[in-house]
Structure formats: C-alpha cells, structure tokens
Ligand binder design. Structure first.
Ligand SMILES: NC(=O)N[C@@H](CC(=O)O)C(=O)O
Ligand SMILES: [Zn+2]
Length: 436
C-alpha cells in the first residue's frame, strides 16, 4: 500500500519558524519511504494520494500522560472514544495512566487494555502499570511480570506515593529492570479539603488552598531517591516554580530526572478562574500563580522540562456539575492541545514551530526511548497534517472524547489537525471522520 502526501509544508529543525518548505511524502508499507522536492511531480500511479496543500506535515504527536478510563469508568471515556479523540487532536501514540477500575496493577489488566486498543483503538496505546497494588501505596506490584506484559513504566498517577521507603524500593526495582518511574507528586497531608491553588483566587473567595510545596516536596524527595537508586525518574504535570528549581538542580548534578508540563499550566493561572463554582477550572495540580506559569514556560524553553503532555482527564457532565469540592479533578486535553499552544506561543512569536513540534514528538520519543516522533525515512509512518491558516472556535459539542470538561470553550484558535496517520493507515480525517 502506497500513500503520497502531496504539496505539504515541512519545518526544518535547523531553520527559523519562517522556514516552511514544500515537499511530497511517500509512505510505503507503514513506513516513511521517501521525501520528494515540492517542485517535482512524483509518479503516483496506484497510490492513494492526499492533497496537503498549505498544510503542515508533522510527525504524529505523542502524549505520554492520558486517562482512557477503561476498564471501569466507561461512562467517562473508553479506549474507543479516547483514541478517536487523540487521533482528532493529531496524536498517534498515547500512554494511558493506570488509575482505572480495576487499577492496571496486574498483567491481566495490562493485556486487557492492549487487546482493547488493538481491536477498538485507532492510535498506538502504550500503557503504564501501577507502582502499588490498587494505587493504595501499601504493596508493590509485580514489576517484572508487568514489564513482560507490555507496561512501559510504573506510576500511581492520580495520587502520590506517600511513603518514601516504598518509593525508594519501587525505584530500585524499576532500575534493575531498566524501567522508568513516573510520579504524580503530591503530599496528601498538605492538600486536604482544597480544590484550587494557594494564591490570589482562594484569598479572594476565602477558600483553603493547595500549596506549591505539596507538589515540590515530592519532586525533591524523589530526585534524591532517583540519585540513590539510579532510576530514570519522570515528574508528572509540573506546575510550580519550586518543582522547576529542584528539577534544574537535579539535572545539573546528573540525576536521571525528566519532566512534563500540560498546556493548561502554560496558558492559565489562578487569576483566570472566573468563579468558584465551575468545576471545569478544577484540575490536579491546580492552576497556579502567573509567576509559576512563567517559570514553567521558561523551564520548557531551557529544557528543564522536557516534554508537553495533555493529562487528558475526561469526567462526566454530572460529575463536573457537582459542587466544586465534590467534583473530580481533571480536564480533557487531546482536541485542544496543539491549537492552544500553536496559537499562544508560535503565532505570537515566542516559540518557533519546530520547538513546539519537538516538545510534542521527538522529545517524548527520546525521554521514553520510543522509535516514533520522527519523519525520517524508515521510521513508522505516524503522520499528522495540520492546518495553520484557519481560525476556529473550541466547541466541546464537536469533541470525540466523551468528556466536555474544558475551560477553553469558545477560545478562537489556529493550528487544527486535519488528518492523522498511524503506521501508514489514515485513522482520522477532517472531512470523513474516523476511518477504521
Ligand atoms: N489530573 C487530574 O486532574 N486528574 C486525573 C488524575 C491525575 O492525573 O492526577 C484524573 O484521573 O482525573
Ligand atoms: Zn496526576
């Protein structure tokens, strides 16, 4: 099977943002096969041709922190709906978190997710397994068996591992298996009964806040434990200046620490929250101060934070309509991530397009040692076409995710994905929708 993508625009890593070059791309048997000069006319006999005039040809986006909710919370999302949403957002590889029901803490559950993804999913799914049984922080899971069954790393995302000795044991074991530990950093004793970050917003509303230290304490602890055990330690959804400082220090002394940040922590602060009743502004970690936002942006720019992830966290409308303290944390992310970042950071000239693309493709591939996120000849053909020209409004009614929980409804954005290819198969295109 041959596909020719004709007249697309590519961005050279070495060029400034303005350096978009017209190219044709041939995909053969699921692999990137050939790049042809945009001024030539390739022989497309027998091939499926895709007109990409004016569209960016990007490597498929990679999202290393997502929640697909299956098994157990199918009313929030399924592997079918979540992977379709990912495809629509331009993602071709995603890594779901194990806070399902049952928790993904056994080889059987990992296999269940992988089988479902193979039969009902449309993008590549690389599952994490839990660090502790049922994510309760009491007993380690069977790391060797979980690795064997296809888990790509260990995390209790959704909660922090409270006990330092437990975390140290987990890291030592993961290191011996050459597997990473991915941490949701949160000290439970500092966060009780709060929905928003400590800052101007909670002051104004007379509420209890979630302090920055609740995150950074774990980051600091775990960097020390990573140094002691030699494990690759990856920090989830960094949101505070203090965490950034600690990660910078860890990297500077050679600790194998990497980190991720979410679009909402780069775009919104607690000062943007409109009221204390709409739970679409409630996520974990919470929106921090403008100073934290700037610290996260700079950390991403300098490489202290390595990658961008969505933390796509769908919940039902009923759950999000609850009184804020009883509503779950989390917002959806797949279908708005790239347009948000492109519009806010590339359109405005703060970042080059190639920088944004790297942080969503080749950098996650490097951090997690994946053979994706590249358009080099011979690589798996994971390709996303993106319309950089047309402005469109975020409309949750059009989402393919089951979740409608976003604070970005009504935002006018550029940079919408229009076609997604995984392993040489078109899995989503704007005109026809899902194709599988
Ligand atoms: N981020 C969130 O606000 N929620 C996530 C859990 C998590 O990633 O910590 C969820 O599972 O809903
Ligand atoms: Zn988390």
């Amino acid at each position: 099977m041959t596909i020719w993508i004709l007249n697309g625009l590519t961005v050279d890593d070495n060029e400034a943002n303005s350096g978009l070059v017209k190219k044709h791309l041939r995909i053969e048997d699921g692999k990137i096969a050939e790049w042809a000069d945009g001024e030539t006319t390739p022989d497309t006999t027998g091939a499926l041709t895709i007109d990409a005039s004016g569209k960016l040809i990007s490597a498929g986006l990679i999202d290393m922190h997502v929640h697909l909710r299956e098994p157990g919370f199918e009313y929030k999302e399924t592997i079918a709906s979540g992977t379709r949403s990912a495809a629509k957002g331009g993602f071709t590889t995603i890594a779901p978190m194990p806070n399902t029901r049952p928790v993904m803490d056994t080889p059987e559950t990992i296999k269940y997710v992988l089988d479902k993804a193979a039969t009902e999913g449309v993008v590549r799914v690389l599952p994490y397994a839990a660090i502790t049984k049922n994510e309760l922080g009491r007993e380690l899971t069977d790391f060797a068996a979980l690795k064997e069954s296809g888990a790509i790393g260990f995390t209790d995302d959704g909660v922090g591992v409270q006990n330092a000795q437990m975390m140290k044991n987990a890291m030592a074991l993961a290191a011996s298996l050459d597997m990473p530990v991915i941490a949701h950093c949160e000290d439970d004793t500092l966060v009780e009964g709060a929905a928003y970050s400590e800052g101007a917003f909670v002051k104004k509303h007379g509420l209890k806040g979630i302090p920055n230290e609740s995150e950074a304490i774990h980051v600091g602890r775990d960097i020390l434990l990573s140094e002691a055990t030699g494990v690759h330690y990856h920090v989830c959804h960094v949101s505070t200046e203090q965490s950034v400082r600690l990660i910078r220090l860890g990297k500077s002394v050679g600790v194998k620490v990497t980190a991720e940040v979410c679009p909402h922590h780069l775009l919104l602060s607690d000062e943007d929250i409109p009221n204390a009743t709409d739970a679409n502004w409630k996520m974990n970690p919470p929106l921090r101060t403008p100073r934290d936002v700037e610290a996260c942006i700079q950390a991403l720019e300098e490489g202290t934070i390595d990658i961008i992830v969505t933390d796509h966290a769908p919940h039902s409308e009923e759950e999000k309509a609850r009184e804020v303290l009883r509503a779950p944390f989390g917002i959806v992310g797949f279908e708005t991530a790239f347009p948000l970042l492109y519009t806010r950071f590339v359109k405005t000239g703060r970042w080059t397009l190639s920088f944004l693309l790297r942080r969503m493709t080749s950098d996650p591939a490097r951090v997690f040692r994946l053979p994706y996120g590249t358009l080099a000849v011979g690589a798996p053909a994971d390709v996303t076409l993106i319309d950089l020209e047309n402005e469109r409004e975020v409309d949750p009614a059009t989402f393919l995710t089951k979740g409608r929980n976003t604070p970005f409804a009504g935002w006018k954005l550029y940079g919408w994905p229009v076609l997604t290819i995984v392993d040489g198969q078109v899995v989503w295109m704007e005109e026809n929708g899902i194709n599988r």
